[in-house]
Design a protein around this ligand. Structure first.
Ligand SMILES: NC(=O)c1ccc[n+]([C@@H]2O[C@H](COP(=O)([O-])OP(=O)(O)OC[C@H]3O[C@@H](n4cnc5c(N)ncnc54)[C@H](O)[C@@H]3O)[C@@H](O)[C@H]2O)c1
Length: 452
């Protein structure tokens, strides 16, 4: 099939390369000329494991190309995917659909013959109807079937997710699109990936409901972690204890500094707005948003408390800046709020991230960036793990101790065990795990003998 992908960001580029790998003829379009120039000479503007090799291979085999010129790419396509951004609209939290609407107008004037137009971008319920309206208004002669096909890939594991999805969701109203979409995903379908055909509105809501549920699960375990700290329980063991129940499942039960990234924050907010607009408020999701928002600065307070309550003129070394490992994406990364709060309290910040520093430099101020964990630890009063990159999982604590002014590790991802860190003379603070080895009856508020 001839496929045109509009938007060549994290989703468009990965989807385009994977579809080309399936054997389709794919053109990726973007209006960012620099991005297209880079991609055309084989340079990948984002960090995503395996992507560079896949793009190089599919380009070499002549099935993947890049352009800024949308019209000819759309005219020749059987299927046009819209994979442009849908960020939060400034001021009210609704999804900003201006890029999607602009793409729809441009598609309308360029289509030739029957074309399936697919929204891969995450869009609120009713957006496919709106895209169809725009196309019919702009070009009444256009013969299009508008389809919803939300994307579920995760940055950092995007290629694998695209090739081995848990499910493919397709929302349609024009039956002609069913056969076309089955053909697009034939290799996955043959691999037994379930294809869920449904209405467009249901499909659009599936994406938001999925992300909101995952965000809620993370937020739930984060609140359990806070309670664990108060009562002397261990959140990792609670997570394992509940996660072994198949009805709950063990994924997304890792306590940490709160969710971030390009999807959960904006998608939970957009769902809240859709629900409010339809007089069907979603209190659970509203609370998830609010709890997660305050958590990031609370993590900065945790660092301050570990430093004795005052970080003015202290040097804090931050390890990991991206919202999760194996990506360079800094959108809504918890590190940003944590760094800001520490700076507000007068701390000097030195930071290191294996892939995210270029992006981080664009969105932070006054941060000194180092070449590795040891570089930033020099003279530091605390080392704070914010993102759990593998590079931070086996650090040389003997060396760190000689470099740091105060040997203190604040592990916001629980990647170490207290005893392995403490044996090197470090003070160690983590999330939702008891500070002591035993349950102090006083600390958990139980009455002890003699206190009857
Ligand atoms: N990033 C993820 O992990 C992920 C996962 C699932 C779904 N999504 C959804 O996919 C969509 C895209 O996300 P992303 O992270 O790839 O965004 P992105 O910002 O990385 O990429 C969007 C690209 O679209 C281009 N663009 C915008 N308007 C255009 C137009 N009219 N013509 C051509 N190009 C245009 C931009 O220049 C940019 O390169 C969003 O709706 C997002 O919610 C993202």
């Amino acid at each position: 099939m001839r496929i045109t992908m509009i938007g060549s960001g994290y989703v468009g580029l990965v989807s385009g390369a994977c579809l080309a790998d399936f054997g389709h003829q794919v053109v990726c379009v973007d209006k960012d000329e620099r991005k297209i120039a880079e991609l055309s000479r084989g340079a990948i503007p984002i960090f995503e494991p395996g992507l560079e090799a896949l793009v190089a291979q599919t380009m070499r085999e002549g099935r993947l190309s890049f352009t800024t010129d949308m019209a000819p790419a759309v005219a020749e396509a059987d299927v046009v995917f819209i994979a442009v951004g849908t960020p939060s609209r400034r001021g009210d939290g609704h999804a900003d659909l201006s890029y999607v609407q602009q793409a729809a107008r441009e598609i309308a004037t360029a289509v030739r013959g029957f074309t399936v137009v697919v929204t891969k971008s995450t869009v609120p319920v009713g957006t496919c109807d709106e895209i169809e309206r725009i196309i019919r208004e702009t070009n009444p002669a256009a013969d299009v079937a508008v389809v919803s096909n939300p994307e579920f890939l995760r940055e950092g594991a995007a290629i694998d997710d695209f090739r081995r999805p848990d499910r493919i969701v397709v929302g349609l109203s024009d039956e002609r699109a069913r056969e076309v979409m089955t053909e697009v995903y034939r290799p996955l379908y043959l691999n037994q990936a379930p294809m869920v055909f449904t209405s467009r509105r249901t499909s659009e809501l599936i994406k938001y409901a999925g992300n909101a549920f995952l965000a809620m699960k993370i937020t739930f375990i984060n609140e359990i972690a806070d309670l664990c700290e108060k009562v002397g329980a261990n959140v990792q063991e609670v997570a394992r204890g509940i996660g072994l129940d198949n009805r709950i499942g063990s994924k997304f039960l890792h306590a940490g500094p709160g969710y971030g990234g390009s999807c959960f924050p904006k998608d939970t907010l957009a769902l809240v707005k859709t629900a409010q607009d339809n007089a069907s408020p979603m209190r659970l999701v509203e609370t998830t948003v609010a709890v997660n928002e305050v958590r990031k600065r609370a993590m900065a307070r945790k660092v301050m408390a570990a430093c004795g309550g005052d970080v003015r003129d202290r040097k804090i070394a931050v390890l990991g800046l991206t919202f999760k490992p194996n990506t360079d994406d800094m959108r809504e990364a918890p590190s940003l709020a944590i760094i800001q709060a520490l700076q507000d309290a007068g701390a000097r910040i030195a930071a290191y991230d294996p892939e995210g520093m270029e992006q981080a430099k664009l969105v932070t101020e006054g941060v000194e960036f180092g070449a590795d964990a040891y570089g930033v630890a020099e003279g530091a009063d605390a080392l704070v793990i914010v993102t759990e990159w593998n590079a931070f999982r086996a650090m040389d604590f003997r060396r760190l101790k000689t470099l740091m002014r105060t040997p203190l590790l604040v592990d916001l991802r629980n990647i170490y065990r207290k005893d392995e860190v403490r044996q090197h003379g470090f003070a160690y603070v983590s999330v939702g795990r008891p500070a002591e080895d035993y349950l102090s009856p006083v600390r958990v508020g139980l009455k002890t003998a003699g206190q009857q």
